[in-house]
Design a protein around this ligand. Structure first.
Ligand SMILES: Nc1ncnc2c1ncn2[C@@H]1O[C@H](COP(=O)(O)OP(=O)(O)OP(=O)(O)O)[C@@H](O)[C@H]1O
Ligand SMILES: [Mg+2]
Length: 261
C-alpha cells in the first residue's frame, strides 16, 4: 500500500505555479531522496505531506486519508519534520527540546519521556553531557542532531528531512548518513529526504526522485538512475558520480549504491 500519494496535484503560490499534474506514490518503508534544481519545489512537496501548504488542486493522501480531510494535529503527530537551520526552541534545553512531543504524548509519564530522550540522544550520537545545554551553546552539527532526535522522538511513521545535513563537515555528515540509514533499516520508517548532493541521494535512497522545473524527471532506485538515466537532466546529474565510481557501464550494479550503505 502507498503510504503517501499525490494525485494530479497542482500547487501555486499566487501566480507562481510550482507543480502541475504531479503524481507520485511512495510505498511504506521507502527511503526517498529528492534532488533537483533550486526552486523546483522540493520543500513545497514535503510541506504538502504534513499540511503546511495545501495544493490548489488534486489530492495528497497520507496513509490513505486525504490531508484536506485530516485533522492537522493528528496528521503531524505521525510525521517528523527535520529542517535545516535553527529550528530548535531557543529557550529550552536539549533535553526539553527532544522531550517536547513525547511529553505531549506521554502526559505525566515522566519516566517514559526520559527514556525516549536518552534513547534518541544515543541514536543520533549526542553525548549525555549536552542534555542541559541550550541550542545557542551547541555547534551547528550538534543542533542538527538535536533537530533529528526531536523529529524522531515522537516515533513517527513518516520522517520528512529538508537538507538536514547541509551545515556539517564531511566526517560528521558521513556518520549522520550512517545513523539515518540504520534508523531507517531498524524502524521501517518511511523517509523523504531532500538533498542537493547527488552522491548523498544515491547512497541513502532506496528510491531517488529527480525533479526539474516542477516536473518529475525520474523516480527510480539508485541503480536505475545510474544505469538508465531517463532524461538529459538526470544524465548530466549522474555523470560525475559515474566517473567517480570508476566502473564501466555494465558494471555499475557493483557500485556502492545499492539503496543502503
Ligand atoms: N511562501 C511562498 N510564497 C511565494 N512563493 C514561494 C513561497 N515558498 C516558495 N515559493 C516559491 O516556490 C518555488 C518552489 O519553492 P521551494 O521552496 O519548494 O523550492 P526548493 O526546490 O525547495 O528550492 P531550494 O533547493 O532552493 O530549497 C520557488 O520558486 C519559490 O520562490
Ligand atoms: Mg527547499
Amino acid at each position: 500500500m502507498s503510504i503517501i500519494e499525490f494525485k494530479n496535484v497542482r500547487m501555486a503560490y499566487g501566480e507562481k505555479v510550482v507543480v502541475e499534474n504531479f503524481n507520485l506514490s511512495i510505498e511504506k518503508g521507502e527511503f526517498v531522496t529528492i534532488i533537483g534544481s533550486s526552486g523546483c519545489g522540493k520543500t513545497t512537496i514535503l510541506k504538502m505531506v504534513n499540511g503546511l501548504v495545501r495544493p490548489v488542486d488534486g489530492n495528497v493522501l497520507v496513509e490513505g486519508r486525504d490531508t484536506r480531510e485530516t485533522d492537522l494535529t493528528m496528521l503531524r503527530r505521525n510525521i517528523g519534520y527535520a529542517i535545516q537551520g535553527s529550528v530548535l526552541f531557543p529557550h529550552m534545553t536539549v533535553e526539553k527540546n527532544i522531550a517536547y512531543v513525547p511529553n505531549l504524548l506521554n502526559k505525566r509519564d515522566k519516566k517514559r519521556t526520559e527514556q525516549a530522550v536518552e534513547k534518541w540522544m544515543n541514536i543520533v550520537g549526542l553525548e549525555d553531557s549536552l542534555r542541559s545545554r541550550f541550542p545557542s551553546e551547541l555547534s551547528g552539527g550538534q543542533q542538527q542532531r538535536v533537530g533529528i532526535a526531536r523529529a524522531l522522538a515522537a516515533s513517527p511513521d513518516i520522517l520528512l528531512m529538508d537538507e538536514p545535513f547541509g551545515a556539517v563537515d564531511e566526517i560528521t555528515r558521513g556518520s549522520l548518513q550512517e545513523e539515518i540509514s540504520r534508523i531507517h533499516r531498524e524502524t521501517g520508517i518511511t523517509v523523504l529526504f531532500v538533498t542537493h548532493d547527488i552522491g548523498e541521494a544515491l547512497k541513502l535512497g532506496t528510491k531517488v526522485l529527480v525533479m526539474d522545473g516542477g516536473s518529475i524527471q525520474q523516480f527510480a532506485p539508485p541503480r536505475e538512475i545510474l544505469h538508465a538515466p531517463a532524461t538529459d537532466y538526470v544524465r548530466k546529474l549522474v555523470e560525475k558520480e559515474r566517473r567517480r565510481c570508476h566502473l564501466p557501464e555494465e558494471k555499475l550494479g557493483d557500485c556502492e549504491y545499492s539503496g543502503a550503505i
